[in-house]
Design a binder for this molecule. Structure first.
Ligand code: NAP
Length: 308
């Protein structure tokens, strides 16, 4: 299946789009306020609702309409963006018996996991709503700029219907029909982010023991991270083919260097948990006969349950 995301980074162009469609934003926390403000800047008639109405003050001053009830907010536009703390809050708010969802399109940008997204889609569908799930890979100050990556999943036709409106928020992407995809990409992106940050902290902790400060290490660390990122397309090919011929260095060669990382960490008196974890995964793969293969053969270790 080709899940190639479709990008639309016309956030800035969209500001000049004529006849902007009306939109509703429910949830005016830090993120919801930024979303509503971006719609207003792009010229969309914007209705807002928040449990604590006072948070709508600046938006109303900037031209938003504050709906008196959730139901009124939903009825004000064919498209409603929901951005609350979590899915329980969404369910509590939109599940109230007096709230009609029939005929509306919900784009739920609340953070959650893929099972929650699929369940929310099922639940919204039962209540007659069209539903897209979404994940915001940005901070509020980036919303409305091309730097704000916002992922969507659910029926492509529903995304396409509202794509021009959603593009006011940033670089909007449709990942596929499975409602869980946006949450899964969100977590996969966080896995990348924390792995890079943790590796940086490990290296920094080691170097600081000999007086090399973080600022000195940072340019070198950045160069390594950027260089390793270049390897990903080639490694992806091996993973997708399920074939891992050692073209650069075998897993055994990597494992010897991992032993140095553990030894150095222990000798320097810094935390060796992460180096040991990486070393243990490689050791299991080598024990399973993969020592002469290229590093991405470790996908087999990553693809099985951790307690299995
Ligand atoms: P926030 O400032 O804490 O706002 C939470 C919002 O949820 C408020 O509008 C709050 O209403 C509302 N809420 C919570 N429980 C509710 C309930 N039971 N009924 C009705 N409304 C309820 O959080 P945020 O930063 O805006 O984040 C919102 C979502 O965006 C989260 O899922 C977060 O993970 C996601 N996100 C945030 C960021 C970020 O940088 N902030 C980045 C990416 C994704 P009240 O104002 O009445 O309390």
């Amino acid at each position: 299946m080709n899940n190639e995301p479709e990008n639309n980074n016309s956030a800035i162009d969209n500001a000049a789009a004529p006849a902007a469609a009306p939109v509703t934003v429910i949830g005016l926390g830090l993120m919801g306020q930024a979303l509503a403000a971006a719609f207003l800047r792009a010229g969309h008639p914007t209705t807002v609702w928040n449990r604590t109405a006072a948070k709508a003050g600046q938006l109303v001053a900037d031209g938003a309409r504050l709906a008196p009830t959730v139901g009124d907010a939903l009825a004000a536009a064919p498209l409603t963006i929901v951005c609350l703390t979590d899915y329980d809050a969404v369910r509590e708010l939109l599940g109230a018996s007096e709230v009609a969802l029939d005929g509306t399109t919900l784009v739920n940008l609340t953070s959650g996991d893929s099972a929650q997204a699929r369940e929310a889609a099922r639940w919204a569908g039962e209540r007659g709503a069209r539903y897209l799930d979404g994940a915001i890979m940005a901070v509020p100050t980036a919303i409305g700029t091309a730097d704000a990556v916002i992922l969507h999943s659910g029926p492509a036709a529903d995304f396409e219907t509202h794509e021009a409106t959603l593009a006011a928020l940033g670089t909007v992407t449709h990942l596929g029909a499975d409602h869980g995809l946006a949450s899964l990409y969100d977590v996969a992106g966080l896995a990348m982010m924390w792995s890079v940050l943790n590796a940086w902290l490990q290296g920094t902790a080691l170097l600081r023991t000999v007086g090399v400060d973080a600022t000195t290490f940072a340019p070198f660390a950045r160069q390594i991270a950027a260089g390793v990122a270049e390897w990903l397309p080639g490694q992806a090919e091996q993973i997708d083919k399920g074939s891992f011929p050692a073209e650069e260095s075998s897993l055994e060669t990597h494992a010897r260097a991992m032993a140095h990382m553990v030894q150095e960490s222990e000798a320097a008196g810094v935390n060796a948990e992460l180096p040991k974890l990486i070393q243990a995964m490689a050791a299991r793969s080598i024990a399973a006969g993969h020592g002469a293969e290229e590093y991405p053969v470790l996908i087999e270790e990553f693809s099985r349950p951790s307690d299995g």
